[in-house]
Design a protein around this ligand. Structure first.
Ligand SMILES: Cc1cc2nc3c(=O)[nH]c(=O)nc-3n(C[C@H](O)[C@H](O)[C@H](O)COP(=O)(O)OP(=O)(O)OC[C@H]3O[C@@H](n4cnc5c(N)ncnc54)[C@H](O)[C@@H]3O)c2cc1C
Length: 387
């Protein structure tokens, strides 16, 4: 894919110069990647998804995913933070653009490069993002919102959090809205630890949130709509993009081992080069999957009259299938890379190590469980009309 937005090249630079240098320490200590975030802020990368009319780069989903893929080659956790931030900004830009409050908020985000986190998970909803127990409580023009979240990536480092909740205390679990809560207006109490296998730099323990704010901070419309046409498409495409970046770095480490081998026996093709050819084709399929879905999404999004198409069962299936396919391809590709690199890839202190890549990618099928997604796809497939 040609590099379309100059921001993508700048991400490659940040990945090489900053993210990859700090990634081992971020991973070892399960600490937030402060250096990479500082570099992203300096490039105004946190407003990449803000429309140009509000001062942002106005990048579409394909370019945003290419940004995440580029950064993912340096540090998977940093790229996951960037992806999750873009998802929140995407929700505001696509569902709040007619609100004077969110227009101002986006201008502020461009200027101050605020970082946004997400709280969709909740104790008691068992990973089902489309149901909430907590509710926003409105009195006059103010609200209070309290939530017990099982997982809250980098919430301790964010400037704001988008929180799912029921519309009112009387609403059913699935009648949800998205609420922006701002750092000065919330307190967080950490309720669990964060010592996972991978994606350690996302720093994602559980938190109890207590917040208040102005009713204008409630994103207009329903979460049912913003989830279908923005949150799910952005999540699945951007995650697939960053997972392909992590996988690409593992393949590039394996390929360095093969090339070193080839240099020792000029004129001979090392046997591992065949494996490299095979893993490269899997990586290409993975990339093409998200690039194609993102390109079609951008085409539809550019035409306001076609936006409803994104709510069809066929599109829901495509986003689900993209997520499941790429989250399964990622670890498989790194596993293949490990077979190619051998011990050089297995040793944690080797420059060809793929240990972090492997562990990071094991989170892919859990970040909204593939089984949960497959169950939804299964019920859609029983009734959907073929494309
Ligand atoms: C790195 C990382 C960062 C995260 N960051 C955030 C964040 O910032 N904010 C946030 O809110 N959340 C975050 N999450 C949480 C995430 O979005 C999910 O809510 C969470 O991973 C789901 O947890 P679970 O697997 O325990 O729950 P579940 O989805 O309930 O899964 C539990 C088990 O039930 C099985 N299962 C569930 N449904 C079905 C079904 N229909 N059929 C068959 N089996 C089923 C699953 O396979 C699994 O074995 C993050 C998760 C990770 C890994």
């Amino acid at each position: 894919m040609p590099n379309r937005h100059p921001m993508i090249d700048r991400m490659k630079q940040i990945a090489a110069d900053v993210a990859s240098k700090h990634a081992p320490d971020v991973d070892r200590h399960a600490r937030f990647p402060v250096e990479t975030l500082a570099a992203l802020r300096a490039e105004k990368a946190l407003s990449a998804a803000v429309p140009e009319e509000f001062g942002g780069a106005g990048m579409g989903l394909r370019d945003l995913a290419a940004m995440c893929a580029a950064l993912g080659q340096g540090c998977g956790a940093s790229s996951m933070v960037l992806a999750m931030h873009h998802i929140q900004v995407g929700c505001i830009a696509r569902h709040g653009a007619h609100s004077a409050y969110f227009q101002d908020y986006m201008r502020g985000l461009v200027e101050h490069q605020w970082l946004l986190a997400s709280m969709t998970s909740e104790v008691g909803t068992y990973g089902d993002t489309r149901s909430s127990i907590c509710a926003v409580d409105i009195a006059g023009d103010r609200f209070t919102l309290n939530k017990d979240a099982t997982t809250g990536s980098y919430c301790g480092h964010a400037d704001g959090i988008l929180v799912t909740c029921r519309r009112t205390a009387e609403s059913p679990a699935s009648d949800q809205v998205l609420v922006l809560v701002k750092k000065d207006d919330y307190t967080l109490t950490q309720t669990s630890t964060w010592d996972p296998l991978g994606m350690r730099g996302t720093v994602s323990p559980g938190f109890k949130l207590e917040s208040s704010g102005h009713v204008d901070q409630i994103i207009p419309g329903s979460y049912a709509d913003s989830s279908a046409v923005t949150m799910v498409p952005y999540s699945h495409v951007l995650w697939a993009g960053l997972w392909s970046g992590i996988a690409a770095d593992a393949v590039s480490r394996a390929s360095a081992v093969v090339r070193a081998e080839a240099r020792k026996r000029i004129g001979e093709t090392p046997p591992s080069a065949i494996l490299l050819a095979r893993v490269s084709q899997d990586l290409q399929s993975m990339r093409h999957n998200w690039q194609q879905v993102a390109a079609e999404f951008d085409e539809i999004s550019a035409d306001a009259g076609r936006r409803e198409e994104l709510t069809t069962m066929n599109w829901a299936l495509r986003f689900n299938q993209l997520k499941c396919a790429c989250s399964e391809a990622g670890p498989r590709i790194v596993h293949q890379a490990l077979q190619i690199a051998g011990l050089m890839g297995y040793k944690n202190d080797s420059p060809f190590s793929v240990g972090r890549h492997y562990r990071d990618l094991l989170s892919a099928s859990l970040m909204v469980s593939n089984e949960r997604i497959a169950a939804k796809s299964a019920s859609l497939l029983l009734v959907v009309k073929d494309d």
